[in-house]
Design a protein around this ligand. Structure first.
Ligand code: SAM
Length: 287
């Protein structure tokens, strides 16, 4: 039997040799996960023995990681905006930049709208990560979480139940806003926005995520374009749309949004890397 410190070093070296980015961090996360220990206890547990069973479980994880299966699929969960979200390969792994979308939605819901009694649509909900967080932080809101893919809705349903917000989040299957039964105050959408021909150039891990969650058509904007059309009927007069996208798509969507909502206005927020990432579209320009 080996000690935890040795197993971490060994795992680090194996991951590095396999060309896995952030090998040290991943080694710590994987080893602590098979040991069922919190990562912050890593120093206190340096001399803990790793059993043969635990080493076998770690080896099985490593085999999957060598084939570039994303870490979140192997662990079956991901932290997102302070909560743990269960993840399966049916769904996109929630990204740190999408936390900015949640943050902007909460800011708008708390500061930018007339009431807190809001109706919100999370379009393309995937794992439900956005909808769950909005429900946790906005206890008076009614949320519709929509996806076109059956298998992700099962996962979203699990996450919604696990976080105790099932009474306020309604899941629906359908194309974009089609399944949302009433006009909403806020539309929050992280829809697929990668141009089709860029997908084969992405990291191998990303290519293991569902194509339906990534592929936004020739210029990446197929779904956003259709969402803006549908929003004309489904967004209330003082409603707001929040969209995540790539920086070079922002000016295109800004122009498009103002064609659909000529009395509106837009603003842009950056992600942690300082790139334009979140577009806010006001149906009516604020005074
Ligand atoms: C980029 S993922 C976002 C998942 C999750 N909201 C997140 O941020 O982690 C996009 C999601 O949109 C869904 N989707 C794709 N086309 C759709 C459509 N026409 N109507 C509704 N959802 C769609 C996909 O199944 C996928 O779950």
């Amino acid at each position: 039997m080996a000690l935890l410190r040795t197993v971490i070093q060994d795992t680090h070296q194996k991951l590095e040799a396999a060309g896995i980015p952030d090998a040290r961090l991943e080694a710590e996360v994987l080893v602590m996960n098979v040991m069922r220990l919190p990562r912050q206890s890593i120093f206190a547990e340096q001399d803990t023995e790793v059993s043969e069973q635990q080493q076998a479980a770690l080896d099985a994880f490593l085999e999957r990681r060598y084939s570039r299966e994303p870490l979140a699929y192997i662990l079956g969960q991901r932290e997102f905006y302070g909560i743990s979200v269960i993840i399966t390969p049916a769904a996109l792994i929630p990204r740190p930049e999408t936390e900015g979308l949640v943050e902007q939605a909460l800011f708008m819901a708390m500061m930018g709208m007339e009431s807190t009694d809001l109706t919100i649509a999370d379009v393309g909900t995937g794992s439900g990560a956005i909808a769950v967080n909005l429900a946790i932080h906005l206890p008076a809101a009614k949320i519709f979480a929509v996806d076109v893919e059956d298998s992700v809705l099962d996962l979203a349903a699990y996450n919604i139940r696990a976080h105790g917000v099932a009474d306020r989040v309604t899941l629906a299957i359908g194309d974009l806003l089609d399944a949302v039964p009433e006009p909403v105050d806020l539309i929050v959408a992280n829809l697929p926005y990668i141009p089709t021909d860029r997908i084969p150039t992405l990291q191998p891990e990303v290519q293991k995520e569902p194509a339906l969650a990534l592929d936004g058509g020739p210029d990446g904007l197929d779904l956003i374009r259709r969402l803006l059309i549908q929003a004309e009927d489904k967004l209330k007069d003082n409603g707001i749309i929040l969209l995540e996208m790539d920086p070079d798509q922002v000016p295109v969507v800004q122009e498009l949004a103002l064609k659909h909502f000529p009395e509106g206005s837009t603003s842009v927020d950056k992600d942690l890397a300082g790139m334009d990432r979140i577009l806010t579209i006001y149906r009516q320009a604020p005074e």
